[in-house]
Design a protein around this ligand. Structure first.
Ligand SMILES: NC(=O)c1ccc[n+]([C@@H]2O[C@H](COP(=O)([O-])OP(=O)(O)OC[C@H]3O[C@@H](n4cnc5c(N)ncnc54)[C@H](O)[C@@H]3O)[C@@H](O)[C@H]2O)c1
Length: 288
């Protein structure tokens, strides 16, 4: 049984993952290279579901004796590779999990000699609310390790799913970014403006997706109809293998979205916080 855990990276995801683990009764430590954020991060973690989350300023102290280490540091392959080499030495018996959104688990574990205990656990934001967690088998992950992680996540009230192949983006982010690529292309091509594209998604497919996934929906409408639609629509869909020029232009101009005041949409002061609380309230209502 996994009874103790360390979370490395106390940002948006790490602190709330730590809170879920502590709420489930595990002994949890939280560490970050920015030691100054740890007090607030631990307090936020503890506010989620009770339990205690202890701060640790040094990696070695944080992971010592832990049964499970979850990495939630910056999405940078070299940083994660270096961290996992250190973790295998510092926590020789722990299951080592990465919360990467899109990087292959096998690439993160590539510099480690024995990668059998390295596994992907892709939580979604906010991790204390979103039930689904993708548990990803790297090329060298021991299936028994993934099974133990799945058992723990289930006991924590999560809905873990096993992803058999370590492809970039796993299942959820491949689907999500196929949609985002098309959404950006529709704006770039002048088919509709950004707020119209979002309005259509939220008030059509968005309303259905939490109830009926795309494959059930294809069966539901009939695969003959799905085939006819694909014959007609697939040739016109965006298939760029590079990020869109429009996206690059926004980033180059400093239009980074909510954090800079504008992106595809305008973000006046305070609107990012209200979007976050509105999203959390919506997810809570749907789950209820
Ligand atoms: N934000 C999301 O919606 C989301 C969702 C799912 C997965 N993820 C993934 O989770 C991970 C963390 O994302 P986030 O949004 O919490 O990022 P974040 O920037 O909020 O937090 C990352 C934290 O890691 C710390 N850090 C960086 N290098 C470190 C190191 N070597 N050792 C210890 N701490 C270090 C930083 O100081 C920072 O506090 C990323 O891999 C990201 O792709 C993010």
């Amino acid at each position: 049984m996994l009874t103790s855990a360390a979370v490395v990276g106390a940002g948006l995801m790490g602190r709330r993952i730590a809170g879920v683990l502590a709420g489930g009764g595990l002994a949890v430590t939280l560490t970050d290279t920015r030691a100054e954020i740890l007090p607030a991060a631990c307090a936020e973690a503890e506010s989620i579901a009770g339990g205690t989350v202890l701060p640790a300023t040094r990696l070695a102290a944080a992971v010592e004796g832990a049964d499970l280490v979850i990495e939630a540091v910056v999405e940078d392959l070299a940083v994660k590779q270096d961290l996992f080499v250190r973790l295998t030495a510092l926590a020789p018996h722990a299951i080592l999990a990465t919360n990467t959104s899109v990087l292959p688990v096998s690439a993160i574990a590539s510099a480690v000699e024995d990668a059998s205990r390295i596994v992907g656990t892709h939580w979604w934001n906010p991790p204390d609310l979103i039930p689904g967690v993708e548990v990803v088998l790297g090329e060298r992950t021991d299936r028994a390790v993934a099974a133990r992680v799945i058992d723990l996540l289930s006991a924590l009230g999560k809905l873990p799913v096993l992803v058999e192949k370590d492809v970039p983006g796993f299942v959820g982010n491949r689907l999500q970014h196929a949609l985002w690529r098309e959404a950006i292309a529709l704006v770039a091509e002048g088919v509709a403006d950004a707020s119209t594209v979002d309005l259509v998604v939220r008030n059509t497919i968005g309303l259905r997706l939490a109830r009926m996934g795309p494959l059930e929906n294809a069966d539901y409408v009939g695969l003959d109809l799905t085939l006819a639609i694909h014959d007609a629509v697939l040739p016109g869909l965006n298939r760029d293998t590079e990020p869109s020029t429009l996206l690059r232009e926004h980033v180059a101009a400093g239009r980074l979205g909510a954090k800079s005041g504008s992106g595809f949409l305008d973000w006046p002061p305070g609107s990012r916080d209200s979007a976050a609380s509105g999203l959390a309230a919506h997810v809570r209502r749907q789950l209820a």
